[in-house]
Design a protein around this ligand. Structure first.
Ligand SMILES: *Cc1c(COP(=O)(O)O)cnc(C)c1O
Length: 390
């Protein structure tokens, strides 16, 4: 085994896919977001999803699309970022669905006379102000031009900027999406998809939506907002939120969604050396840590080179089911943890997974959830686990 490694459990990915699809029968098509090397999980996961009900996928770039196609030649695959017009032949070879962000791109695509019968999704900018059309007449024009072209208008979509947990911006975006698509006959467009995992979990399906997109959830994280506790403060919060919901006619928030999702990624390493450190001795760069008593430490082959960031807000690792704190600075390739007398050189160390949740890791490192998965997943050797093979 390599000194550090990321285990990706394919059975878990498969179960997550089955659970999501079973939970939301009102959506016809689930678009699995596998940008960023499948959130660091690698494209080795795609068939675990595809075989279990996630039948459409989306990537960010042609390079990601090519890596995806090495695993799966047939699944419909949307490229969320506009493919460079001089690379349309490559996109055709990869059988990509193209996103259309504006009129200029639409014109260039038609002028390219690329003969491949691309499926197209019109991107609507309903308030994110990143990619997408902002004018309903241009949207109608684009749809008409597609109608008269060798291509097919298969989808129309937008992206939410906020989670819609008592923020009116979510509702405003949905309203704006309806307005911007009002000149189209949405019932004639097979895939209308508005938003991501949090929208799926925390909100009812908008009547116009026929498909949904999600990332984080598939990898095993139930991102549904928690319900209020029973403390006086929480009860006040609940009453206030209810008042605002009425007053501003905000869409309802669904909390505490019961949906079993299990993280598929675990990050582990071995121990390089065990060492006694005497009271008063210092550890690591800047001699920043001073032992307050005689302690035993383990030197680990993990540092910010392994994608974990360099921040250490009370970070802990798990060894034999026990949690141990990181002591001293996190270096490029190594860090130290304070261990106990039972720790052996042959023990396996878990840095993410087991008792260490993604939420804890986020607090240790100051990194976002997806950012952690990317950092860990892309900077360490990956091992896929498939127990159904055995
Ligand atoms: C990344 C992304 C998603 C997935 O978001 P999650 O929060 O991981 O569910 C959905 N749609 C678009 C356009 C994205 O870029």
């Amino acid at each position: 085994m390599t000194d550090t490694y990321v285990e990706i459990n394919l059975n878990t990915m498969a179960q997550n896919a089955r659970n999501i699809v079973a939970k939301y029968p009102e959506y016809g098509t689930f678009i699995g977001i596998v940008k960023g090397d499948a959130y660091g999980h690698g494209y080795g996961i795609v068939n675990a999803l595809y075989d279990n009900g996630i039948r459409y996928f989306a990537v960010s770039s042609m390079e990601e699309a090519a890596a995806f196609r090495r695993e799966n030649a047939e699944a419909p695959l949307l490229c969320l970022e506009p493919v460079a017009i001089d690379r349309l032949d490559e996109a055709a070879e990869l059988k990509l669905t193209l996103a259309i962000p504006d009129t200029d791109y639409m014109d260039a695509l038609i002028e390219s006379k690329c003969a491949y019968p691309f499926k197209l999704h019109i991107q609507i900018d309903s308030g994110f102000n990143r990619l997408g059309f902002k004018d309903k007449n241009e949207i109608k024009q684009a749809a008409d031009r597609i109608e008269a072209s060798p291509y097919t208008l298969e989808g129309v979509y937008q992206h939410y900027a906020t989670a819609g947990i008592f923020d009116p911006y979510y509702d405003a975006q949905q309203e704006r999406f309806r307005e911007l698509t009002s000149l189209l006959d949405l019932s004639q467009i097979p895939l209308v998809h508005l938003g991501s995992g949090i929208a799926l979990m925390a909100h009812k399906k908008p009547d116009i939506a026929t498909a949904t997109r999600m990332g984080l959830m598939m990898y095993g994280y139930n991102i549904s907002p928690d319900s209020y506790g029973s403390s006086p403060k929480d009860r006040l919060r609940a009453a206030r939120d209810k008042y605002y919901q009425k007053k501003y006619n905000l869409s309802e928030v669904i909390r505490d969604v019961e949906l079993e999702l299990t993280p598929a990624m675990t990050f582990k390493c071995r121990i390089l050396q065990l060492k006694e450190v005497k009271k008063g001795e210092h550890i690591g760069y800047g001699a920043a840590y001073t032992a307050e008593e005689d302690i035993k430490i383990a030197v680990l082959p993990v540092g910010y080179n392994n994608g974990i960031g360099h921040q250490n807000n009370s970070r802990v690792v798990e060894i034999n089911g026990k949690l141990f704190p990181v002591v001293g600075e996190i270096g490029m390739n190594m860090m130290c943890v304070k261990v106990d007398a039972d720790t052996k050189l042959t023990d396996t160390v878990t840095l993410l997974g087991g008792r260490i949740t993604l939420g804890m890791f986020s607090r240790f490192s100051g990194m976002g959830l997806a950012e952690i998965m990317l950092g860990v997943g892309k900077n360490n050797p990956r091992v896929y686990i498939d127990e159904s093979d055995e």
